[in-house]
Design a protein. Structure first.
Length: 236
């Protein structure tokens, strides 16, 4: 399972890096959508940050590093955090709103960097506003690219979740339900009658959400899946 997970994540990184190397309209890339998808769906938050940042790093090794890198990489790290908010809100309207917010965030942070580190604009409020105004024509591609790739990635995930035993889902978590789901948790709750607390704990570990153990006094004691064992996560 770990090998499958690493292969899929590695494939995502290479695909995103390649998208920056092939000819494409300025600011039209899948990095933002990938950052949102990772934040919204990858159980391990470290991977959520690693995937888009590694894709940037791999492609920048070939494209060349520049002084705006802290602002670019920082903006995508913040976009991953926006994705965390989607963990329990993975429906069309919240996703669309967050994708637009991500485009605005990238535009604001990176162009602030252009103004702060560059010499083209005076270090005044008027200069900052002039920098943002000059960047508006590029913002259209940012919004269109983020919207298109968000639809592709989140839509593809929604389709994959409908396929029983999807290998894509297995690649991201220990259990098929390893993606953080939108809305409420699964309505199905499995209860298993066991003869010992140890067996009940084993049942939980192997995927059941709850297990019932009959105590020595004849009482039924229900054990629930601990928050850290669950593949569903609360918003950060």
């Amino acid at each position: 399972m770990e090998k499958k997970r690493l292969l899929v994540i590695g494939g995502m990184i290479l695909a995103a890096a390649a998208s920056r190397l092939i000819p494409h309209p300025p600011n039209f890339s899948p990095i933002t959508a990938m950052a949102l998808l990772g934040g919204a769906c990858l159980v391990d938050k470290r991977w959520a940050f690693a995937v888009p940042l590694a894709a940037l790093l791999v492609s920048d090794v070939l494209l060349g590093f520049h002084r705006l890198i802290p602002f670019v990489y920082g903006s995508f790290a913040l976009i991953v955090c926006l994705g965390f908010w989607l963990r329990t809100r993975r429906t069309a309207v919240p996703i669309a709103c967050v994708a637009l917010a991500a485009s605005l965030l990238f535009f604001t942070v990176t162009n602030f960097g252009v103004w702060a580190l560059g010499t083209m604009y005076p270090k005044t409020i008027e200069g900052l506003l002039a920098c943002y105004v000059a960047a508006v024509p590029f913002f259209q591609n940012t919004v269109l690219g983020d919207a298109a790739y968000t639809v592709v990635l989140f839509g593809g995930l929604a389709l994959a979740e409908k396929v029983p035993g999807s290998k894509i889902l297995h690649a991201f978590a220990q259990q098929p339900s390893g993606f953080a789901r939108g809305g409420r948790q699964h309505a199905d709750t499995f209860t298993v009658q066991t003869t010992s607390a140890a067996t009940a704990a084993a049942s939980l570990w192997h995927g059941q959400q709850s297990a019932t153990h009959r105590s020595g006094t004849g009482q039924n004691l229900t054990y629930h899946l601990a928050p850290l064992k669950q593949s569903f996560e609360r918003p950060a």
